[in-house]
Design a protein around this ligand. Structure first.
Ligand code: MN
Length: 165
């Protein structure tokens, strides 16, 4: 009986140890995302914090007046504040990220989500701190303009989401 209890105790502590190790590991690892498109070119530091990569897929023309492309945000990376004169549609194909319209709470966005950014509304979007984000963007009616870049999203603004939890 005593031996059985000792064995159980050893098994329990071994399980606890394994759980702790797994927890430590998962918080250290920045998760990778998968894209069906090439990684693309790094976005300029004037417009992005961290590493964001853009792959243009459809260039605008007088028939479609639409721009389509893919952006991969590394964990922690995000756009500056900006507006789209004709709005923008985001389709998230992998990962986890944030989207915020100025004055509203930060929304978590993830694989499968579709987000509309209304015309001329200040907003930003990017990856979560631990997981990257793959987003397809669609900008319609480009004759009105595509994007007006503004100031960076500060670390305080970016982490406001985590402080609430
Ligand atoms: Mn946008």
């Amino acid at each position: 009986m005593k031996t059985a209890q000792i064995i159980l105790a050893i098994m329990a502590s071994a399980t606890l140890l394994t759980c702790n190790q797994t927890k430590e590991k998962s918080s250290d690892i920045k998760q990778e995302t998968r894209s069906i498109f090439p990684k693309g070119k790094k976005g300029p530091v004037e417009n992005f914090t961290g590493n964001a990569f853009n792959t243009p897929l459809v260039e605008t023309d007088s028939v479609y007046n639409t721009v389509v492309g893919n952006v991969y945000f590394e964990p922690g990376a995000r756009s500056n504040w900006h507006t789209h004169p004709a709005g923008q549609i985001l389709i998230i194909t992998d990962g986890v990220g944030y989207h915020q319209i100025e004055g509203k709470p930060i929304e978590t966005i993830k694989k499968g989500d579709v987000v509309k950014c209304p015309p001329n509304v200040r907003h930003w979007h990017g990856a979560s701190a631990d997981v990257g984000l793959q987003q397809l963007y669609v900008v319609p009616n480009t004759e009105k303009g595509i994007v007006n870049w503004q100031e960076p999203v500060t670390d305080e603004q970016y982490s406001a989401n985590n402080l609430k939890k």
